[in-house]
Unconditional design. Structure first.
Length: 415
């Protein structure tokens, strides 16, 4: 019986709160608009930031690192400077074992090296990879060919270079070049190549130093049948941590180590931290704006109704009921405003994404892109919660003050 009475009392208070909101329709509409705009702003900003994360990550994955890389233990700490010291002598059994892992779509062998590239007039220090032409073509969907063609399995002496390398050595497609490297045994060796293409990736620093040749030519040049790294390509980027957990069960025992694309791309980690901090500040600003806007509206409403609350208390209603009534009105206002904001945010996100947002290249980047607004369930829930709780929070002080007003003082407001 007590529970039924409580439910009945709650319904009565909620009905009274709703009627109070509809008495001042213009003020209520303005307050709802403020809440909805704040929530929509959070959704748009959160979706935009998430799109930056996704596009940046995919650009790095599909132009340089792949989803994971497996190498001999110690390679990632110092092997990039002397890759010939950290070779996987027989990569094929390891590739087969990795390929059998659920979620893995492809594996590529790369043979890294450092050397000097000569155009007949000058030298340039470069960082190179012996790469599988067909596999790199499948992986490198974010690599843009500025001139010529990618590596080809039918052209064993073809070489592709980054845009910065081509500019520094004044190279054009078809130019002959000489590559000087250290073999795995420490001797010097040279190879003659013909420039097949000039590529551009997301990273300007990478393009200023990077070259690629077919892995067979690299193995001949370095006098080794091995590889420096095995690049792992997944069906979905979201499966990276799951596949990494599977690999961790056996990789260390075979004298190997691996890194995920996040660990391989330090720039990504720093960019994500920066944008998350900025988004957090924006959340705080929106929260403060909503609280101030709603607090002003609620204060005006409560001030105008002090006599009404005094009458309620004079007729026997407890102060707690007055407090709950004001709080219920604000909670209803917050829920409706936040729901409207979510609907507005989704509609704007879909409309803006249909048009696209042209973006310039980010810092240290070469390539601009078209951004969109991602509709992210977590961001929607967070924006709704901010709108709802900010509105409820704004009502706490006015509700407390009016519920603590002396009955006599409250009744005087009716005079």
């Amino acid at each position: 019986m007590t529970a039924a009475n409580d439910r009945s009392a709650w319904k009565l208070e909620a009905n009274l709160a709703w009627r109070n909101l509809t008495r001042q329709r213009l003020r209520t509409a303005v307050t709802l608009a403020a809440i909805a705009c704040g929530v929509a702003a959070l959704i748009l900003t959160g979706g935009f930031v998430r799109d930056i994360f996704i596009q940046l990550g995919e650009a790095l994955i599909h132009s340089q690192s792949g989803h994971l890389q497996v190498a001999t233990k110690g390679y990632f700490a110092g092997g990039t400077r002397t890759p010939e010291r950290f070779l996987i002598r027989d990569p094929d059994p390891i590739r087969k074992r990795i390929a059998s892992t659920p979620g893995v779509s492809d594996t590529l062998a790369r043979l890294g090296f450092t050397g000097l590239l000569n155009n007949g007039k000058s030298d340039l220090a470069v960082i190179g990879d012996g790469a599988e032409p067909d596999g790199e073509a499948r992986l490198g969907t974010s690599v843009r060919m500025l001139a010529g063609a990618p590596l080809s399995a039918t052209d064993p002496r073809g070489i592709v270079v980054g845009a910065g390398v081509a500019q520094a050595l004044n190279l054009s497609v078809g130019d002959p070049v000489t590559l000087l490297v250290n073999t795995a045994q420490g001797a010097l060796n040279t190879g003659e190549f013909v420039l097949a293409g000039i590529f551009q990736t997301f990273s300007k620093d990478f393009d200023d130093r990077a070259i690629r040749i077919p892995i067979a030519a690299a193995q001949e040049l370095l006098d080794t049948p091995g590889a420096s790294t095995i690049v792992v390509v997944l069906d979905r980027t979201e499966d990276t941590e799951q596949v990494a957990a599977e690999l961790s069960h056996w990789v260390a025992g075979d004298g190997l180590e691996f890194q995920t694309w996040v660990e391989l791309n330090d720039f990504y980690d720093k960019a994500v931290a920066l944008y998350k901090r900025q988004f957090g500040v924006l959340q705080l600003i929106v929260l403060v704006m909503v609280v101030l806007s709603v607090a002003n509206s609620i204060n005006m409403s409560v001030f105008e109704r002090v006599g009404e609350f005094g009458t309620m208390m004079a007729l026997g209603d407890r102060r707690g009921k007055v407090f709950r009534l004001v709080l219920t009105e604000s909670a209803l206002l917050g829920a409706i405003g936040a729901a409207l904001g979510v609907a507005l945010g989704i509609a704007l996100a879909l409309g803006i994404s249909a048009v696209g947002i042209p973006m310039p290249p980010p810092p240290n980047g070469n390539i601009g892109y078209t951004a969109s607004i991602r509709i992210v369930p977590v961001v929607l829930a967070m924006a709704f919660a901010v709108g709802f709780f900010a509105t409820t929070l704004a009502a706490l002080l006015p509700a407390y003050r009016v519920s603590r007003t002396a009955v006599a003082d409250a009744l005087r407001a009716n005079v």
